[in-house]
Design a protein around this ligand. Structure first.
Ligand code: PLP
Length: 417
């Protein structure tokens, strides 16, 4: 379990804040993503409080969960945003986010997205290659603007996480090597419509140890030192996101300890600190509610076939990721070991392997820690409409995204005329 008191049993029934998940399933159907407003708020405030008096900006990584209700909640709490596309920029603006608190990451920003971001007046482009600098300089010049830029430096540290979500090794596609960063900053004169304002890195996701963060931070500090000694004025240091969460028995550093370590390792620099947390801000504040459609017992295995699938929550299929799966009504019947699988026609379509559950047809289950990289990675594979999303606030349930309809799904398609 996530450890949040917002998700817990009352009389053998699973609740989110003051609302039972049984009630949510009855009213809104399944599959359904359910978020706790209180848990989201507390998590943001924990990050913010940990920075104490340090000049800082928390830039929530929108890709972890981009629902505009969640973006709006964070914006109201003072958050900035880390975006990776023009679409995410539009979401943040629609949600009431302050463009001056947006950093724009990603290896493949196109000219159109750059134009949108320059018009909006974002805080910084986190640029990942010299080729991108050339394009950004040209686009900014056309608009008569100066683009604020951080280079994303690849510090070549091992984040010790799943290879698909490790980004800070020299063989990854992200950022520029530290060995080249200095030269690129020194070539600022080649890019008159760009101003280097920051220094940035992001080494990977779901990190459960502080050590790689400290290694990256030290490398960035060395580079910052060099740049400053050469007369460059760097205004902010962006140390990226990547703090892991507890899905089952991981023991990541607490938010408080993580932020304290970042602050301590950079206490000799005067620059504003930026971080870009995604998963750690939203992961444990959401669950995926689903229903058992069929139980199927074969001589080899027991299958619980549920109405959520890999298209709703891709992490198990994509990374072999583990999510706790727990019953909504905890009156444990006959316990068996189940393969919890969805209706999608792929062997990789599973949500959990070998889970000890006491089930009957129609039971409700909750996939825990589904707040990050759940809905935002969902797809329509097998022409499955996307799940509904609701946010619980005390005893109130707000729909924050309607369940998709088949009509919406095929609206853009056409038969040859
Ligand atoms: C994905 C991403 C993040 C957020 O990572 P989490 O592991 O979710 O905290 C931050 N910065 C960049 C550049 C990213 O690509």
């Amino acid at each position: 379990m996530s450890g949040f008191p917002e998700f817990g049993y009352r009389n053998h029934e699973l609740f989110v804040e003051s609302v039972s998940l049984q009630q949510i399933a009855d009213e809104f159907g399944t599959p359904c993503f359910v978020y706790s407003r209180a848990a989201l708020t507390k998590t943001y405030q924990e990050f913010d409080a940990a920075f104490a008096k340090r000049d800082h900006l928390i830039c929530y990584a929108v890709k972890a969960n981009s629902n505009i209700a969640i973006l709006n909640l964070f914006a109201q709490l003072g958050s900035g945003f880390d975006i990776v596309s023009g679409g995410e920029l539009q979401r943040v603006i629609k949600a009431g986010g302050d463009p001056r608190k947006i950093v724009f990451s990603g290896v493949g920003k196109n000219a159109h997205e750059m134009r949108m971001a320059l018009h909006a007046g974002i805080l910084c482009f986190n640029v990942e290659s010299e080729a991108e600098l050339v394009t950004l300089n040209r686009v900014a010049k056309e608009l008569g603007k100066i683009a604020p830029v951080s280079l994303r430096v690849n510090p070549d540290v091992d984040a010790k996480t799943h290879p698909y979500i490790s980004t800070g090794l020299k063989e990854n596609k992200f950022g520029v090597p530290a060995s080249e960063a200095e030269r690129i900053y020194q070539s600022a004169h080649l890019y008159p419509s760009i101003r280097f304002t920051g220094l940035d890195c992001h080494i990977g996701s779901q990190l459960t140890e502080l050590e790689p963060f400290m290694q990256a931070s030290n490398k960035m500090l060395n580079l910052l030192d060099t740049l400053q000694s050469q007369g460059l004025e760097i205004e902010h240091l962006d140390l990226g996101g990547g703090l892991g969460i507890r899905y089952t028995n991981e023991t990541p550093p607490s938010i408080k300890d993580y932020v304290a370590a970042l602050c301590a390792s950079t206490d000799q620099v005067k620059q504003r600190l930026l971080i870009e947390p995604g998963r750690s801000l939203v992961g444990n504040s959401g669950i995926l509610l689903m229903r058992v459609e069929y139980l199927k017992h074969t001589s080899a295995r027991n299958f619980a076939i549920v109405d959520a699938a890999m298209n709703d929550l891709m992490r198990p299929a994509l990374y072999d990721a583990y999510h706790d799966i727990i019953p909504v009504n905890n009156n444990n019947g006959d316990m068996k070991s189940y393969q919890v699988v969805g209706p999608v026609c792929e062997t990789g379509d599973f949500l959990g392997h070998d889970r000890k559950l006491g089930l009957t047809d129609g039971d409700l289950l909750a996939v825990m820690s589904a707040g990050a990289y759940g809905m935002s990675m969902s797809s329509n594979y097998n022409t499955r409409p996307r799940a509904i999303e609701v946010m619980v606030d005390g005893d109130t349930v707000h729909v924050i995204r309607q369940r998709e309809t088949i009509d919406q799904l095929i609206a853009g398609e056409q038969i040859l005329s």
